[in-house]
Design a protein around this ligand. Structure first.
Ligand SMILES: [Zn+2]
Length: 225
């Protein structure tokens, strides 16, 4: 942990940033198709996630049905007329993580690799937060997850994403009144006919996933039984 903390302080110095002026994808209807998912509240920070980036997260999540996997959410924190929003443009898997099947921990190497990627592949972008999976255990933040978040992703606009590969559902968490709370999100994608079809397919699938999640039948304990 000590090594992580030191690296993290450095990360924060490098990536700490105040949101800059920007335009929400939903304010650019000629360029983007936008669709909301879950409970989105106008009062809260809006989370826009590129459809292709979320598909990548799901692929990564489904590659490991037993052990937790995770990664980082990359993009921009921005303000449109003083309204805060984040735009997730890219995701990248966390390398060299330790997973016990119950919890995921980042190593010194994980941060080093991220550092490298941020200065090369994602040069002008920021670490918006992290994602990790809860195979068969549902969508929530454990006390350990909350610790990780507050320790490594403590900037007010940094977010967490939890995916359950068993139910194929996800949930974002963001700071509301300084506490982490569930948040809906917006998907966005370039306006093309193909993308419109893909987005519809994705939201249809998510609706089914949500039903699965609510039924509770796909939890690990019942799967094992
Ligand atoms: Zn967790």
């Amino acid at each position: 942990m000590e090594e992580n903390s030191t690296t993290n302080i450095k990360l924060h110095e490098m990536y700490a940033v105040n949101p800059v002026e920007g335009v929400m994808p939903s304010s650019q209807p000629n360029e983007f198709i936008v669709s909301s998912w879950g409970n989105v509240d106008n009062k809260d920070m809006a989370i826009f996630v590129d459809m292709a980036a979320l598909i990548k997260v799901y692929r990564h999540a489904k590659s490991s049905s037993q052990k937790e996997v995770g990664g980082f959410l990359i993009g921009y924190p921005m303000l449109e007329k003083e309204k805060l929003f984040v735009q997730i443009t890219d995701v990248t898997p966390a390398q060299h993580v330790r997973s016990t099947g119950e919890a995921l921990s980042f190593s010194h190497q994980t941060w080093k690799m991220l550092d490298c990627q941020m200065s090369e592949r994602f040069r002008d972008k920021y670490v918006l937060g992290w994602y990790h999976t809860h195979p068969g255990i549902g969508l929530f933040l454990s006390p350990y997850d909350t610790f990780i978040h507050n320790h490594f992703f403590s900037l007010f606009w940094q977010i967490a994403l939890v995916i359950d590969p068993a139910t194929e559902n996800h949930m974002f968490f963001s700071k509301k009144n300084k506490k982490l709370a569930e948040s809906g999100n917006y998907f966005y994608t370039q306006r093309t006919e193909d993308n419109a079809r893909s987005l519809k397919r994705m939201t249809d699938r998510l609706k089914i996933a949500q039903k699965r999640e609510r039924s509770g039948r796909y939890k690990r304990h019942s799967m094992a039984g």
